[in-house]
Design a protein around this ligand. Structure first.
Ligand code: ZN
Length: 297
């Protein structure tokens, strides 16, 4: 099916709908707490496909691949390093396949390496960039419609990921999204203004906010980011703050309706792509999509 490219869709002026969470929804489907979601790319691909399909049914126009933790460094921490290529290729293939018969785009997800960069940690910026380059090469060459460098907290690491993507593909639409999980600061203390100052000058098409802490904090971060950049904004907040359930699992108390009620405010604050991160189920996404459509009219 011939699909309108991502940036053309954005240029028309519509607010686009992305998907909900990968990790927390796979946990609901039985992925053990603490296990890497990428494990299921090889062991339970049908569960990932079913989650992709549930998001399409709910109204998603952009699906993210299950490759958030599929850099070599991060896979090594889960004992999956030897499956690096197989996981990235298969994860992309699963989601391309789910999207194929629909007018839905596929975003290759690239998350942080999961270790601090030097001088706080052992990984050098050059090593990080090489790692991201290897992952980006597979995602770009095997057919992703766009790339989302997401849940970033460190300017140096995010910049390395952006440079890595651009070193393998100068054309692919690229989103760089930070997680403000200390309110309106990342865990490294980066503010939306500082993020915009440092990342805006790189060759990215959208700046974004995803994951984070409360919905209130995420809206505050969005407002600050809007004032600091001219670029379109990507917005995938958590479904509020999790509480710890009986089995140690994260429980998200925000209902789909409560989240959807916030959509007009997010659009007014400048969000051009809307979805959800941790805790955002297909039911949440359905309510968000309905609110985005109502807001389009
Ligand atoms: Zn999240």
């Amino acid at each position: 099916m011939a699909k309108t490219p991502f940036l053309e869709r954005l240029a028309v002026g519509a607010v686009l709908i992305s998907d909900g969470a990968t990790g927390t929804n796979l946990q609901k489907r039985g992925l053990p707490i603490g296990a890497a979601a990428e494990l299921w790319v090889l062991e339970a691909p049908d569960e990932i496909r079913a989650l992709n399909q549930a998001f399409i049914q709910a109204g998603a126009e952009i699906l993210l691949t299950c490759t958030f933790g599929a850099s070599r460094h991060r896979l090594a921490a889960s004992g999956l390093a030897e499956h690096f290529e197989a996981i990235n290729r298969a994860a992309l293939a699963i989601t391309l396949d789910a999207a194929a018969e629909h007018d839905v785009l596929v975003a290759g997800s690239i998350g942080p390496l999961g270790q601090m960069l030097a001088p706080f940690g052992e990984v050098t910026v050059e090593e990080a960039e090489a790692d991201f380059r290897e992952q980006a090469a597979i995602l770009c060459q095997e057919g992703a419609d766009l790339i989302v460098v997401e849940t970033q907290y460190d300017i140096n690491e995010a910049s390395a990921a952006v440079r890595a993507v651009r070193s393998v593909d100068t054309e692919i639409p690229l989103v760089c999204s930070f997680s403000y999980d200390r309110g309106t600061r990342t865990m490294m203390g980066v503010s939306p203004e500082r993020m915009a100052e440092e990342i805006d000058v790189l060759d990215v098409d959208l700046l974004g906010i995803n994951c984070g802490r409360s919905l209130e904090d995420n809206l505050a971060a969005l407002t600050l980011l809007r004032a600091a950049t001219e670029k379109p904004l990507w917005f995938k907040p958590n479904a509020g703050l999790p509480e710890v359930g009986m089995d140690g699992e994260a429980v998200y108390a925000v209902t789909p309706e409560e989240m959807a009620d916030l959509v007009p405010g997010w659009v007014a604050a400048g969000a051009r792509v809307i979805g959800g991160c941790c805790g955002t189920s297909p039911e949440h996404l359905r309510a968000l999509a309905r609110a985005v459509h109502a807001n389009r009219e």
